[in-house]
Design a protein around this ligand. Structure first.
Ligand SMILES: *[C@@H]1O[C@H](CO)[C@@H](O)[C@H](O)[C@H]1NC(C)=O
Length: 380
């Protein structure tokens, strides 16, 4: 736990460092590859990808959030201004397979981009993606779900890479189509094969067990091969199992070493859910340290809240909202840069109420309340 504290403290310092943002990665550095634990450009220098997740197109609305408020080019420019150099760009498989994938209520969800109204969901995805790469941002496309909809629960039937409606072959066909579609755009640098692989009803995903219906390592290899057959230079992003949180079985089947096509291009991704993400650590350790980790995460949460209150008491000139909001803003930015994955909602600004809800919900609810869920058998 001592080491953990040190790690958290040193990450804390990088918040300030990251505030200025990351430089755009020049075209001459592309394609990217991996060397050891780093992503590197053609010069061999490290390429630090600071990606924000701009989402919406995977949901029923079929287009990215925020296009009701601003055209894509304005949002793209703002992403650069915020200090990101890359965008994770989720899609659903439905937009690829339905013959006329219409956007429901285009006049509403695309109010700020009327030129997109006549286009199909996939064409709007193309245009929005191009608006990002046109300003020099890199893109990692992500197969988020098969059927259009919000993600993710363990009971939505979308937890694996195949569903009742869309087979494994459909998934492979779909990701192959998307890889092919952007193969000539060098700034589309990565393919995140499937979002948050997780239980689907009673079926639990596994890693390295060799059971084709649950083994995400097998499916990820197939997915990677299909994508690379269409666009050979992409980085392949592979989610951990259990909502992307768990990579601890990867050493039992290290596909990035085992599969020649995956060498120097595999990026494992985890999703950071406060207390939940403690299960990124070896199970053995978690098993022993659950009470200590619970206390630690509760303590962190209390610290944040106390900090907000004390800040208010010390400085009467600053409002509670402003002060606390700023702190939460810094925390969000930290999360963005730390995990490369925080979401951008084009049109929303956080109100105090939302900030408090996020804080209580995520810190107290997940860290303090639920960490005990990290226990066998579900997470072994
Ligand atoms: C490929 O990856 C290996 C192991 O991570 C690394 O040592 C090597 O430098 C990489 N090769 C290139 C060409 O980057």
């Amino acid at each position: 736990l001592g080491r953990l504290l040190v790690a958290v403290a040193s990450l804390g310092f990088s918040v300030e460092g990251a505030a200025g943002g990351f430089d755009l990665i020049p075209l001459t550095e592309l394609p990217l590859k991996t060397a050891g634990r780093f992503i590197v450009g053609t010069s061999g220098r490290r390429a630090h990808m600071a990606c924000v997740n701009w989402y919406g197109a995977a949901q029923r609305q079929m287009v990215m959030n925020g296009l009701d408020r601003q055209p894509p080019a304005v949002i793209a420019a703002r992403i650069v201004e915020l200090g990101f150099n890359c965008v994770r760009f989720p899609f659903n498989s439905e937009m690829l397979f339905v013959s006329q994938p219409s956007v429901p209520n285009p006049g509403v969800v695309l109010a700020a981009a009327p030129e997109l109204w006549p286009l199909s969901a996939l064409e709007i995805f193309d245009r929005t993606l191009a608006s990002l790469t046109d300003v020099g941002l890199l893109v990692v496309v992500n197969n988020h779900v098969s059927a259009a909809g919000w993600c993710c629960s363990a009971s939505d039937g979308e937890g694996l890479w195949y569903t009742d409606k869309y087979s494994e072959e459909d998934w492979l066909t779909g990701i192959g189509m998307v890889a092919n579609r952007y193969r000539l755009n060098p700034r589309v640098v990565g393919f995140d094969l499937r979002n948050e692989v997780r239980p689907s009803g009673m079926v639990l995903p596994t890693w390295g067990t060799g059971d084709a219906s649950t083994d995400w390592s097998m499916a990820a290899v197939k997915g990677a091969q299909r994508v690379l057959a269409e666009s050979p230079d992409l980085l392949i992003v592979v989610s951990g199992i259990h909502f992307g949180m768990r990579l601890s079985e990867v050493p039992s089947r290290p596909i990035h070493e085992e599969v020649p096509a995956l060498r120097n291009r595999t990026v494992y991704t985890t999703h950071f859910y406060y207390g939940w993400s403690f299960d990124l650590m070896a199970y053995d350790m978690i098993g022993r340290e659950i009470p200590a980790l619970m206390m630690f995460s509760c303590w962190l949460w209390l610290l944040l809240v106390a900090d907000g209150w004390l800040g208010r008491r010390h400085s009467r000139s600053r409002s509670f909202e402003g002060d606390f909001g700023q702190r939460m803003g810094a925390w969000m930015r930290f999360k963005s840069f730390a995990q490369g994955r925080w979401a951008l909602v084009g049109s929303a600004s956080l109100t105090l109420l939302q900030v408090v809800a996020i804080c209580i919900g995520e810190h107290l609810g997940q860290s303090c309340g639920h960490i005990h869920i990290v226990s066998p058998p579900a997470f072994v």
